[in-house]
Design a binder for this molecule. Sequence first.
Ligand SMILES: [Zn+2]
Length: 361
Amino acid sequence: MTRVYVLGAGAAAAYKGSYLGETSPVANNFFQKAMRVINIHQIRDRYYEDENLSFNQIFQFIERLWGVPRSEVCNSSLDMEEVLTLLNIEMEEDQAGRERLLLAYEEYLLLMALTFDKILYGDLCPYHRKIAESLNPGDSIISFNYELLMDYALQRTNLEKNLWCIQDGYGIPCHYLRGSIDAVHLKQQSKLFEKEDYAKVKFFKLHGSLNWLYCPQCGQLYAYEHSDGGGHSVIINGIANMIQCTTQHCCNKLSRVIIPPTLMKNYQSIPFIPKLWHQARKALELAAEIIVIGYSFPTTDFRSNWMFRKAMVDNKELKKVTIVDKAEGYQLKTLLNKHKSIFRVQDVDFYPDIAAFTQTL
Ligand SMILES: [Zn+2]
C-alpha cells in the first residue's frame, strides 16, 4: 500500500528538541524569532561565523516598504512570505535598483536559512524519525517547508534502512557540496554509494529547501553537506552567490532555492521545480494512503490546491486519508471539510498532534 506523507508548517512547529528552546518559525512570527537569534553566533559546539553579516539591504527594504525600522522589526507583524513575495515583485519592477535588491534578496534568504538553522539545531526530531522509519519502498513525502527536520531524519534512518539518499532522493540528481567532513561520516557515505545509488523513497520539497544551492547556468542542484562535531549537517552560512558550481567548465555562481508559494509563476525559471511538482502529483495519483500533517491548503497556494485536486481526479487507489492538525472547534470543522472535498472522501482519520499520530506507526 503506497503511502504519501504531506508535511506543512504544522509538522515543523511540533519540534521540541531545539537547543535554544524555541519552536520552529511560521510565516507570521518569523521576524520576531529571527531578531531573537540574529545576535547568537554560537550554539553549543556549533559556530555560525555570522557576526559580520549586516543584513543592511533587507532591513532597508523593509523600512522603505513597511516603514518599520530595524529596531522595531522584532515587534512587528511582518509576514515572512509577504516580504519575500514583495521583494521578488520589486526585483522585477525596479530595474535601476536591481543590484541592491538582489543583495537584499540574498541577505533575506540567508537570514531565513540561519534563523531556521539556529532554532532547529537540536536533537533529531522523534516524530520525523518515526515517520522516516515507517517508510517502505515506493512511499513518498511531499513537503511545503524549507527546513531540514525530515532531511535529517531520512539521512539518519537511511544509515540503517538504506531507502533514501541525497543523490536522487529529492526527485532530481543532486550533488553534495561538502564543507569540512569527518572521516567517519565520509566512510558511511562511501559505504552507501557502494550499496545503492538511488533512493527507494522520494522526498519532494516543492518550495525549495534551506540546504539547496542551484546553478542557473548548467542546472545542477547541490545540497550543502558540512558535518559538525555532533554529526549534524550545517547550513552554509555565506552569501550563496559567492560559491561556484563545480561542474567542469561551468564555475557559475550558485543561488539558493527558496520559493514562496505566492510566486508560482517564477517556478518556471528553475527548470527542475516543475519536475518535482510533476513527480509529486504522480505520487499522489498512485497513493493508497495519504497522511497530511499540519498543512491546511491555504487558498493562496493555488498551485498546490490544483495539484491535489488534479491528482485525485486520476487516483483510483486511495483507501485512507489521515489528517494530523492542532486546529480546534470551528476551524477544525472547516479544515476537515476542505480535506474531504480535496480528497473526495466521506471520512478521514484525525489526530490532534503528531505525537499521537506517530505512536500508531
Ligand atoms: Zn553550473
